[in-house]
Ligand binder design. Structure first.
Ligand SMILES: NC(=O)c1ccc[n+]([C@@H]2O[C@H](COP(=O)([O-])OP(=O)(O)OC[C@H]3O[C@@H](n4cnc5c(N)ncnc54)[C@H](O)[C@@H]3O)[C@@H](O)[C@H]2O)c1
Ligand SMILES: [Zn+2]
Length: 348
């Protein structure tokens, strides 16, 4: 087992444990925090896992309650949030208790939002069950609910503990491992080429324990530098400006959209900063079976969703571009650059 630590000032904000067969570790960590009771929040595909955890908590004398929210983005709704508040209130959950989110990124996003607002904030723990959740959504303290736009409402709140069980990730269907590979590769492109080399060598069958540890290490390092996204944290959005546009316009998964967004960002990086790694990015994304273009997407629609991006600055669209692998920069881009980047992914 390996631990990663997110700090706020000199105190520990969040501890991330990566290992295998982590059920007793989860219970041990909750007990060490002194929680009296835990509310296990799950999504339909993680119900069995949450039940297993519930039994393990009961065996250690904890009271627990379970609540299943709808799958995927359907969970990230204010109506769902309100239902869970009522459930917590009916069961008299207090600030000595904690919410444990067991599921993919949509589940941990909403679990964190609920924990951050119920009684003005109680503790949360996450057990991310998708690769995307493990390397991205569960790390770094951003929570979100969809109101009109995706993640329009949310708050920064670190879970006290994140417990990643690699056995769960190994058992994921291939499309979920592929989605997560897009985010893991993104951390590779911006900071750790060993991640990229592993995917080049082994494709989707990489050793996930090692990938998760390295990818989490990149994210933790960036978040420790800049928790509230005023500067360096923006580099984690590599591939996301165009990616969010593709995701909203076409309904592709987040991981697929990010893969396509990375290709567009690579092309813009080549044009603006002389980046030479664009073909290598396309090759490795293709190697794991991720899409590298979206010819079906409507260019006007993608552009209008891109302009809604929260990372837009006063002087127009800002994109994360690479000067070289491991050298990301946030650059204001003009309309011609955006059009050319979109053309590189077949969106014109
Ligand atoms: N907070 C952040 O910093 C951050 C970062 C990236 C993404 N996100 C959010 O994360 C979400 C995307 O993450 P995701 O793809 O993990 O979302 P998700 O929770 O919707 O999971 C994707 C699918 O995988 C299924 N699933 C979950 N665990 C499973 C398991 N063990 N076995 C089989 N299937 C399983 C889910 O039921 C769902 O259908 C988006 O809502 C995005 O906005 C947040
Ligand atoms: Zn992402």
């Amino acid at each position: 087992m390996r631990e990663h630590v997110i700090r706020e000032g000199s105190s520990v904000a969040s501890t991330i444990a990566v290992g295998r067969s982590m059920t007793s570790e989860l219970v041990r960590r909750a007990a060490a925090r002194g929680y009296e009771r835990v509310a296990l929040l799950c999504q339909p595909r993680t119900r069995d896992l949450a039940e297993r955890y519930s039994k393990a908590f009961a065996a250690e004398g904890f009271a627990s309650s379970g609540y299943a929210v709808p799958d995927g983005e359907e969970a990230k709704q204010m109506s769902v949030v309100e239902e869970v508040y009522r459930h917590l209130n009916e069961h008299r959950f207090t600030r000595s208790d904690a919410i444990i989110g067991v599921g993919g990124g949509s589940l941990t996003d909403v679990a964190g939002f609920i924990a951050g607002t119920y009684l003005r904030g109680i503790d949360a723990m996450y057990v991310p069950t998708t690769l995307l959740g493990a390397v991205d959504a569960a790390i770094g303290g951003k929570t979100g609910v969809n109101v009109d736009g995706k993640n329009l409402v949310g708050l920064f709140k670190h879970p006290s503990q994140v417990v990643i069980d690699v056995n769960t990730l190994d058992a994921l269907p291939e499309d979920r491992r592929r989605d997560g590979a897009a985010e893991a590769l993104k951390t590779g492109f911006i900071s750790d080429m060993s991640i990229v080399k592993d995917y080049e060598a082994f494709g989707i069958d990489v050793d996930l324990e090692s990938i998760v540890n390295r990818s989490v290490a990149v994210k933790v390092d960036v978040v420790n530098d800049d928790f509230r996204e005023e500067g360096r944290r923006a580099i984690l959005n590599y591939g996301h400006t165009v990616g969010h546009g593709i995701e909203s316009a076409t309904g592709r998964t987040h991981g697929e959209s990010v893969a396509i967004g990375v290709v567009a960002a690579g092309s813009a990086s080549e044009a603006v900063l002389g980046f030479r790694g664009a073909p290598r990015q396309v090759d490795v994304l293709g190697r794991v079976g991720l899409p590298v273009s979206a010819p079906d997407a409507d260019a006007d629609e993608v552009r209008s969703f891109m302009s809604l991006d929260k990372k837009r600055g006063p002087e127009g669209l800002r994109m994360v571009l690479l000067r070289a692998f491991g050298q990301p920069e946030v650059v204001a881009v003009d309309d011609a650059t955006v059009r050319a980047a979109l053309a590189s992914i077949g969106v014109e």
